[in-house]
Design a protein around this ligand. Structure first.
Ligand code: ZN
Length: 149
């Protein structure tokens, strides 16, 4: 178990330092900015959606390692998914980081389960979920400003 934990930590550090899918997406037809005032994390999510499928997505911004790693892993996970699948994954991920890992949940989330440990740190939950709330607001074309507060 501690070996797995170490692996997860390395994954978070790696994605936090070298986020994947980082940068503006020129072909995006949805975009949204999100802000977590508690930590200072700020990011923009770009989504290229066609016929209910997330064909491509990226993000840019700055924040703590957790927020960057979460956004990096999110973009990797959601590419090619339908909006319905995205919503399901969002719900599962939200449960994982707020209620903790029940085994089954983490298994269905693959690499995203690396972030399960934040459930023990309520302050960090907002770092991990910021990109997800921002991504959903982008898909829904919400006019509201995304803030974790
Ligand atoms: Zn943060």
């Amino acid at each position: 178990m501690s070996e797995l934990r170490e692996l997860y930590q390395q994954l978070i550090i790696d994605h936090g330092r070298r986020p994947r899918n980082f940068g503006c997406l020129d072909a995006a037809n949805h975009q949204k900015e999100g802000y977590n005032p508690l930590c200072g994390d700020k990011l923009t999510v770009y989504i290229k959606e066609r016929d209910g499928v997330v064909e491509d997505l990226s993000f840019e911004g700055q924040g703590c390692a957790i927020s960057m790693a979460s956004a990096s892993l999110m973009t990797q996970t959601l590419k090619g998914k339908t909006i319905a699948e995205v919503t399901t994954i969002f719900d599962r991920f939200h449960n994982l980081v707020t209620k903790g890992d029940d085994g089954e949940l983490a298994e269905s989330l693959g690499k995203l389960s690396a972030l399960a440990g934040v459930a023990e740190f309520p302050m960090r939950v907002k770092c991990a979920t910021l990109c997800w709330h921002t991504m959903l607001a982008a898909i829904k074309n919400s006019d509201e400003i995304v803030s974790t507060e």
